[in-house]
Design a protein around this ligand. Structure first.
Ligand code: HEM
Length: 501
């Protein structure tokens, strides 16, 4: 009996591993890590069983230690833990399921504990701050004591990616990219951009027709469309360019996750190959410029106009690559949500169609921009994170050194004092209210892709309204595709050219 109790206690100590493995998105998107944890768990259980069979005395030593560990975890999980020291309320219980299973988890925690609360993100302690206003105040007030938690790919770029750079490098490189990503540079490409979008939407319509009425889950076709959009705007490369398929395959092979299981040398090799492709294009641009000709307008062409040696700087190249990757992820999510919210509120698509009046105009562009802003407010704005590199006291709370801070941007947009009827999709709120959602950051690291996002989203929405009809075929639960919640696999649409129906 005693051995059974000791084994039970030791098995119970492994509950974080069981919980970790019970999280569907972890098993799907962090397969390597899940396999590793499963192997370690199996070994641990095997050792306990062997000890129970052959060395039961060892269990008598280990079980009390395990019991103490279990009690300590529960004691630390009390919402009042650390209140005297200044920690905000909230449970530090390990591996909470909530963030992975509930779209409204953070909002519910804020309703329970207030606008500043603590929790664990997997095993890491984290302080959440509701809303970009409060969160922005905190980040700006303590910028020298905060860093952005990095991702692995960052170490392959000599001075790092903008988000993770040291302040002096950040100033230099941010300025370089800011002057290349201006509205003027991007506008030069608009006519061709629209052509590319029409072609991609046409391909989506063909795929949709081939599903025999079942409809498409739009995420993957949108991702493909955005590959052609980014290749054009960033590099001036069209989809019929022989280098295009190889470039996209290499970009897709790079692993953006912090805990990547792709061997480092594979990412390095892919990155070097992508940089070689960009350098080749850069050489072409320089030749044209030397001959006094105009290269296809692109961000790369603008970088080279500003600095002839831009393509020799691996930090510039690495940042271009990284921007392609993260910008494409952000815009894929944004368009998935736009389609979902328009399908939930079809009157807005009808309004956009009639605003186009058969042609592009300022009214349609304004409405498209409001639809996108409302989609960003409600869904795609997500969060901003930092890590404290020193103990930080702010107002009445403490953030201990090493803890993560998560500013809950999206959840902050559900405050009825800021946005009346916050759960209603109402793009026209921006006609009447002066309250703007904070969508693109709160400090010197704010987004430099705003004009890019604005141009592409308006172009996609107005091209859809002008040339295509689409409708929802089916819907189902949302899905957590780290780090974002997304419309789920059952969300399917049918899309067809206007004249084909
Ligand atoms: C749905 C659209 C987008 C949203 C909501 C968005 C949001 C944001 C936010 C909130 C930040 C600040 C992050 C922080 O402070 O930690 C940021 C930074 C950044 N974004 Fe975006 N972004 C979007 C699209 C894009 C696109 C299309 C690009 C590139 C073409 C881009 C490039 C960047 C870069 C390079 C930074 C880092 C800037 C720096 O550290 O100086 N973003 N973005």
């Amino acid at each position: 009996m005693r051995t059974v109790i000791e084994v039970t206690v030791l098995v119970a100590l492994a509950w974080p591993a069981f919980r970790f493995l019970s999280l569907g998105p972890i098993r799907t998107f962090y397969r390597g890590m899940a396999i590793l944890v499963a192997i370690m768990l199996a070994l641990y259980l095997l050792v306990i069983l062997l000890a129970a069979a052959f060395l039961p005395a060892v269990l008598s030593v280990l079980a009390p230690v395990a019991l103490a560990g279990l009690l300590l975890e529960r004691w630390r999980a009390r919402p009042s833990y650390g209140r005297d020291a200044g920690l905000p309320p909230g449970s530090l219980g390990l591996f909470p399921r909530g963030p992975w299973v509930s779209h409204e988890f953070y909002l519910e925690q804020a309703a329970k504990h207030g606008p500043v609360f603590k929790m664990s993100f997997l095993h890491k302690p984290m302080i959440c701050i509701l809303g970009a206003r409060l969160g922005g105040e905190f980040i700006r007030a303590h910028s020298d004591q905060l860093v952005k938690p990095g991702v692995r790919l960052n170490q392959f770029i000599p001075r790092g990616f903008l988000r993770y750079m040291k302040p002096a490098d950040h100033q230099t490189y941010r300025r370089i990219f800011q002057s290349a990503l201006t509205t003027e540079t991007l506008r030069e490409n608009e006519t061709a951009l629209r052509e590319i979008i029409r072609e991609a939407l046409g391909r989506m319509a063909e795929e949709s027709a081939a599903t025999q009425g079942e409809g498409l889950q739009p995420r993957e076709p949108l991702r493909r469309m955005l590959a052609s959009v980014f290749a054009w705007l960033m590099l001036g490369m069209r989809t019929d360019d022989p280098a295009f398929p190889g470039l996209i395959a290499l970009l897709d092979s790079l692993d953006l996750r912090a805990a990547s299981f792709v061997p480092g040398h594979e990412d390095r090799r892919a990155l070097a190959e992508i940089e070689r492709i960009i350098q080749e294009r850069g050489a072409g641009i320089r030749e044209r410029l030397a001959r006094g000709e105009s290269p296809a307008p692109s961000i790369l062409a603008r970088l080279i106009r500003d600095n002839e040696a831009a393509c020799e700087d691996e930090t510039i190249l690495g940042n271009l690559v990284y921007m392609f990757l993260i910008g494409r992820v952000d815009l894929t999510g944004l368009f998935s949500w736009t389609l979902k919210l328009l399908a939930d509120n079809p009157e807005w698509m009808t309004r956009l169609e009639s605003a186009t009046g058969g042609g592009e105009n300022a009214k349609a562009h304004d409405l498209a921009a409001r639809i996108v802003r409302e989609t960003l407010r409600m869904e795609q704005s997500e969060y901003i994170n930092r890590r404290a590199i020193a103990d930080i006291r702010h107002q009445d709370f403490l953030v201990p050194k090493g803890w993560v801070i998560r500013v809950l941007v999206r959840e902050g947009h559900r405050d009825p004092a800021l946005f009346p009827e916050p759960d209603r999709f109402n793009p026209d709120r921006y006609l009447a209210e002066h309250q703007d959602p904070q969508l693109f950051g709160v400090d010197v690291h704010s987004c430099i892709g705003v004009s890019f996002t604005d141009l592409v989203t308006r172009a996609v929405l107005t091209e859809m309204a002008l040339g295509f009809r689409w409708e929802r075929v089916s819907d189902g639960p949302l899905q957590f595709i780290p780090p974002h919640w997304q419309p789920g696999t059952d969300f399917r649409i049918r899309i067809a050219p206007r004249d084909a129906r």
